[in-house]
Write a protein that binds this ligand. Structure first.
Ligand SMILES: C[S@@+](CC[C@H](N)C(=O)[O-])C[C@H]1O[C@@H](n2cnc3c(N)ncnc32)[C@H](O)[C@@H]1O
Length: 276
């Protein structure tokens, strides 16, 4: 490692320690390459020459911390994102859930809610939504406010409709929303009825309940191995015996200590069933 890399590492460490101690947000175990990229972007946007300059702003400029937090929260999402995942859920997990008197699902890192409403639609079509309670959580409170509104851009509906059908949906997707004048769509209010949106930080907060399903897709990719293991521990603690864990396409439990605690339930998708 060169002197400059050493210094950069030290400055990042100091910056993230400061953020944690002052504001309680802990990014210290996010993937190092991700941290470097996001910090470099913010420095460029603020025209700063050093990471210490960024630290100065974070600690002393009122409100700057919110910009800093959103730098580490990539909110990209879609309805029925990776439709094969939802298709496998519909075909393989739903028959098991059908046997339960009630169903509790946790969507961790739910972003603006598209994934959660997709699940609500799927469960509604399978006749299970009435007996389901979905807990949808994210680190960022402003993102959750957006999610609660259930209002999305009309231009996205073409892709979402395609995803919905690829995920096994057989209705007209337009039945689930109303178009407004400002090129927005509002989802049907009954889809929100059994969803609770709440802030939860996977790094610092405890388990919130025991669930039949935990879905956390495209979040672990931003964490280093140590933090992934810790969050997988939290999910294991949060699942009933026989419960399901759903991860993103690029995420896996294969090379973690948690592999032996799960059966690979849907071989081509990242859906695992707790067996220990
Ligand atoms: C790329 S989005 C994934 C959204 C959705 N799960 C999907 O796959 O479409 C990642 C989300 O994880 C959230 N996130 C990042 N770190 C988190 C943490 N420590 N605790 C809770 N959520 C976190 C971000 O705020 C962001 O909304």
């Amino acid at each position: 490692m060169t002197y400059d890399e050493d210094l950069e590492k030290l400055e990042i460490e100091l910056l993230l320690n400061g953020v944690y101690r002052q504001y309680g947000f802990d990014f210290r175990d996010y993937s190092y390459s991700f941290l470097c990229r996001r910090i470099a972007n913010r420095m460029q946007a603020e025209n700063l020459k050093s990471i210490s300059g960024l630290q100065e702003k974070v600690l002393h400029e009122p409100g700057f911390i919110n910009r800093f937090i959103s730098d580490f929260s990539i909110n990209v999402t879609e309805m029925f994102r990776d439709p094969e995942f939802f298709l496998a859920f519909r075909e393989r997990v739903v028959p098991v859930l059908r046997e339960y008197p009630f169903i509790r699902i946790w969507h961790a890192g739910c972003s603006t809610g598209e994934e959660v409403y997709s699940m609500a639609i799927l469960l509604h079509e399978e006749g299970l939504y009435q007996k389901t309670r979905i807990y949808a959580t994210d680190l960022q409170e402003n993102i959750l406010e957006k999610a609660k509104k259930a209002v999305f851009a009309l231009e996205k509906m073409k892709v979402y409709t395609k995803n919905y059908h690829a995920a096994g949906g057989t209705q007209a997707f337009s039945e689930y929303y109303m178009v407004s004048n400002d090129k927005k769509v509002a989802l049907a209010p009954y889809l929100s009825e059994n969803i609770v949106f709440a802030p939860h930080n996977l790094v610092t907060d405890q388990s919130i309940n025991e669930f039949h399903v935990v879905i956390c897709r495209n979040v672990l990719i931003y964490f280093n191995n140590f933090l992934q293991e810790r969050v997988l521990n939290l999910f294991h603690d949060s699942l009933h015996y026989g419960g399901f864990l759903g991860l993103g396409a690029k995420e896996d439990i294969k090379f973690t200590a948690w592999n032996k605690f799960y059966d690979r339930f849907a071989p081509d998708e990242k859906i695992f069933r707790k067996i220990l």
